[in-house]
Design a protein around this ligand. Structure first.
Ligand code: GLA
Length: 392
């Protein structure tokens, strides 16, 4: 990858004495979906798949960017004093938003950069290719300029770029897990306080499998924002009697006693999902620690069903893929992962039955939907960073 980046850099931008290399992973969430913006817990891990960047400094306040994933779009160029969202800039809006947030936070990035990107996360699959390009850009700026911004603050800065510049009202899960990922570990994150702990995920004889529905995630952003406002509306109704800041402050039992306060039936179900999912996530972490993998698998299934029935973000393709996995003797657990509306499932699968899992699940899925799924056995890797010579 580094050789490819270097060659592309020389081709696009000419020779550079000092070229530095950076990486940010994608992420997969084991459980805890649509809980982050409700002040709940999530349990994601960073992947070994991700976005690479090669960058060099300029001195004229301009940024030139080129992506090997979008070669046909050519070089994107902008001035650091005039950063504005532009639909025609496509992918480049993500790094632009990050530059803007550094400037907004009062940091002086005025010299400019030339950057070449290349990623191996499937785009639009719900594995956070956008947060990955945000974080690789954030680390590049931070390291080149020696700003010393912490990994947590880089995650928050990238989230603001996504919220304010891109206009997707996402929570903190993606940027946080991508910034702070750790090799071989999942991260239990309390999205209200940002306290977190690493939990080893190296189960003997088990593989983590990501299956892509290959269904285009149409309208995902607008539906995502709609779910957020439904939760907000449920929260406002509950606050008429309860002194709470977030839905996930309530336990399932407390919610059952007060759910009548929520006027709208749809909003009530949205809130029920967030609250039950938060409880499942906290239980899941303990099951993983105690190596109770069957119990963890049952929670993954319950999570999917809640996302299907109460939150309504799964759809035909994700349901078909998860249901096919549940039938297979090799699957310990399976569920949709990420925002939903298409994208991927995550499954824990017995290694000795991996080939048959992929073959049979894929065949059932194709029969039901007419689409061919893609399967990846995922490695859990480290967070966003500058690459050292040993990693080249
Ligand atoms: C997307 C968002 C996250 C989170 C998930 C759903 O990935 O970016 O903040 O809300 O959806 O869990």
């Amino acid at each position: 990858m580094i050789d490819t980046l270097r060659a592309a850099f020389h081709q696009q931008f000419g020779d550079q004495e000092e070229l530095r290399y950076f990486f940010a992973p994608g992420r997969v969430n084991l459980i805890g979906e649509h809980t982050d913006y409700n002040g709940g817990h999530v349990f994601p891990c960073a992947l070994t798949l991700g976005t690479y960047a090669a960058g060099a400094r300029r001195s004229d306040g301009r940024v030139r960017m080129y992506s090997l994933n979008f070669e046909e779009e050519g070089v994107k160029e902008f001035d650091l004093f005039e950063i504005a969202f532009s639909k025609s800039d496509g992918w480049a809006n993500y790094p632009k938003g990050v530059f803007q947030q550094f400037i907004e936070a009062g940091m002086d990035v005025k010299e400019g950069f030339d950057i070449v990107y290349a990623g191996n996360i499937p785009n639009g699959a719900g594995l956070s290719s956008s947060a990955s390009i945000e974080l690789v850009t954030a680390v590049l700026i931070n390291e080149w300029s020696s700003f010393g911004v912490t990994q947590i603050d880089l995650a928050l800065l990238a989230q603001r770029a996504e919220n304010e510049f891109i206009g997707v009202n996402c929570g903190i899960m993606d940027q946080f897990s991508i910034s702070l990922g750790k090799d071989g570990h999942a991260i239990l994150l309390n999205c209200d306080t940002l306290s977190f702990e690493y939990s080893p995920f190296r189960q003997e004889g088990l593989a983590l499998v990501i299956a892509n529905t290959n269904k285009k995630r149409t309208l995902a952003d607008s539906k995502y924002n709609e779910r957020r406002s439904e939760c907000q509306s449920a929260l406002s109704d509950l606050r008429k009697e309860l002194d709470i800041g977030h839905l996930c402050e309530l336990t399932e039992d407390e919610f059952a006693k007060h759910d009548h306060l929520i006027q709208d039936e749809t909003c009530r179900r949205r809130a029920r999902h967030a609250i039950t999912e938060n409880e499942r996530t906290m239980k899941a972490v303990n099951f993983l620690k105690d190596d109770k993998m069957e119990e963890l698998g049952a929670l993954m299934k319950a999570s999917h069903l809640s996302l299907k029935n109460d939150y309504e973000v799964t759809g035909l393709e994700l349901d078909a893929l998860a249901e096919a996995a549940w039938q297979h003797p090799g699957a310990i657990g399976s569920r949709m992962t990420g925002a939903g509306f298409g994208g991927c499932t995550v499954s824990i699968v017995k290694e000795e039955l991996l080939d048959s899992f992929i073959e049979e699940t894929g065949a059932i899925y194709q029969e039901k939907t007419g689409i061919q799924a893609s399967f990846y056995t995922a490695g859990i890797g480290g967070g966003a960073r500058e690459l050292t010579k040993e990693e080249f």
